[in-house]
Design a protein around this ligand. Structure first.
Ligand code: GDP
Length: 365
């Protein structure tokens, strides 16, 4: 499964946010395996389309698709040189698919800041510099090897060398590989380098509860937004402490609480959605059996691959994907009516599955 790693300086609210995630996830009756690894929190991806499908094609139960967050503790200044949990920390980041970078954006004299003052941009830069240094180290090692092979005019080596030459100065300046534009061929090479700064990032501004109704008025949030804009990264304003409180509430009280805070959706739900988007994920549905179920796939996946997410037999014996779009079901209100309108599609093995598709796979056993 794809996972987003939560990073940030000490005392910025990472554990608080992660607790909110595990508490929210603990309620998922359908996923008894959800809490095996204490550093992994599994949450349901909120999706109101599931309820609507279940209304029109009633089933015994609704099953949400899930998303995983990994708590990555322990970055401090000097981590790339082995300070703190240093190398272990970097290894943990290497294994995640996206980074959720928590930044302190609240004042509270009772909570010490590692640098003695609240400065979100400085905090972000501290962590990003460690990641750049670690990447520069990997790139330099790789460079020495590839340069030798490139002397033999080896095509692959020459192509990789060109990419390394493009990346190196950016890292030397403390920048991130994700800020560069690459062609598809270059992108493939970059992917194979497993660099930390090439992973997609979402900045989470951990704002004060008082700023929740109007985050735009928080100066800290504005500073983080300005920084993220330079990297074309996304930012989310969340109050981690409040999210933890919300996660503890019974379902029926949650909505009232959010309304009282002046927001329509919990920060956690926004975080899940944003992380999902960051990773290029989308949702398809199955219905008509005992359950109405949402499934996660990566945008660009073809029908047989997507079928394989349900069961490997579905992929091996794939024949067709009987597909209707959620929008059509929502509009025509029954599968029969969708069929009569000529909107049911029989898609073959080259079909790129779309977000919101409701699919019944036909396969040989
Ligand atoms: P971590 O070291 O990044 O995991 O930080 P923690 O989650 O342990 O939080 C550090 C301290 O800040 C704890 O005492 C939290 O209760 C407090 N804290 C976290 N989020 C907020 C917040 O939004 N507002 C305030 N006032 N305190 C917070």
């Amino acid at each position: 499964a794809l996972t987003a790693g939560i990073v940030g300086l000490p005392n910025v609210g990472k554990s608080t946010l992660f607790n909110a995630i595990t508490k929210a996830g603990a309620e998922m009756a359908n996923y008894p395996f959800a809490t095996i690894d204490p550093n992994v929190g599994m949450v349901e991806v909120p999706d109101s389309r599931l309820q609507r499908i279940d209304e029109l094609i009633p089933a015994k139960k609704i099953v949400h698709t899930t998303f995983e967050f990994t708590d990555i503790a322990g970055i401090v200044k000097g981590a790339s040189q082995g300070e703190g949990l240093g190398n272990k920390f970097l290894e943990n980041i290497r294994q995640v698919d996206a980074i959720v970078h928590v930044v302190r954006a609240f004042d509270d004299d009772n909570v010490t800041h590692v640098n003695g003052q609240i400065d979100p941009v400085e905090d972000i830069a501290t962590i990003n510099l460690e990641l750049s240094i670690a990447d520069l180290d990997s790139v330099n090692k790789r460079y020495a090897k590839v340069e030798k092979v490139a002397k033999t005019k080896d095509k692959a080596a020459l192509a990789e060398l060109a990419v390394l030459q493009k990346i190196k100065p950016v890292l030397e300046a403390g920048g991130a590989v994700r800020s560069l534009e690459f062609t598809a061929a270059e992108q493939k090479i970059v992917h194979g380098l497993f660099l930390l700064t090439s992973k997609p990032v979402l900045y989470v501004a951990n704002i004060a509860e008082a700023d929740m109704a109007n985050p735009e008025e928080s100066a800290y949030y504005q500073q983080i937004k300005a920084y993220a804009a330079q990297e074309q990264a996304e930012v989310l304003a969340i109050s981690a402490k409040t999210e933890e409180e919300i996660a503890e509430l019974p379902d029926e009280e949650r909505q009232d609480f959010l309304e009282a805070e002046g927001v329509s959706e919990s920060g956690l739900d926004r975080l899940i959605r944003a992380s999902y988007h960051l990773l290029g994920l989308a949702t398809f549905f199955t219905a008509g059996g005992p359950e109405t179920r949402a499934w996660t796939f990566r945008r660009g996946m073809k029908a047989p691959q997507v079928a394989g997410l349900i069961h490997s037999d579905f992929e091996r014996g794939f024949i067709k994907a009987e597909t209707i779009s959620f929008a059509d079901l929502d509009h025509y209100q029954s599968i029969q009516a969708v069929k009569e309108a000529g909107r049911l599609r029989l898609e073959g093995k080259d079909y790129e599955v779309q977000d919101g598709d409701i699919i019944e796979f036909r396969f040989n056993v």
